[in-house]
Design a protein around this ligand. Structure first.
Ligand SMILES: [Zn+2]
Length: 143
């Protein structure tokens, strides 16, 4: 049930997000090295997800990037029947994975059929090179 891509269409690169991409550059650099990097407030330990310059809990502007374990569970998902971009073949599921550290990230699950998805299903990260210049973190069922 992984997302299938139309080979004749270029997959949009997250760099097109501009300032949002810049603030999450350590995340994307980590993905290239097959790690899930998360931003954490150095003052109070709050996870800054999505990445941001200031902690909403304590207003500190000091943060650090740490590698997540890469494990979590399915928090929710949605089926796309209409493609948001011509590169993505439908239908496919976009899942919200709650990492063991707490932050939730949007991704896809690979290796199972869509009717096997369950809320709470344990998953672990895997990495898929979807284009020459783009690797994405995806998740697969554990066990
Ligand atoms: Zn803080």
């Amino acid at each position: 049930m992984s997302v299938e891509y139309n080979a004749d269409q270029k997959i949009p690169h997250p760099a097109m997000w501009g300032v949002l991409y810049k603030s999450s550059t350590p995340f994307w650099d980590g993905v290239k090295e097959k790690r899930v990097m998360l931003q954490r407030c150095k003052s109070c330990g709050y996870w800054l997800n999505p990445p941001r310059p200031m902690c909403p809990k304590c207003r500190s502007q000091e943060s650090e990037w740490v590698a997540a374990k890469g494990t979590g569970k399915i928090y929710s998902w949605v089926t796309f029947n209409e493609s948001p971009h011509s590169a993505f073949k439908t239908p496919y599921e976009a899942v919200l994975v709650e990492l063991d550290e707490g932050p939730r990230i949007v991704s896809n699950v690979v290796g199972i059929n869509s009717d096997e998805l369950e809320i709470g299903m344990p998953v672990e990260v895997t990495f898929e090179d979807v284009a020459e210049d783009l690797t994405l973190p995806k998740f697969k069922k554990v066990g």
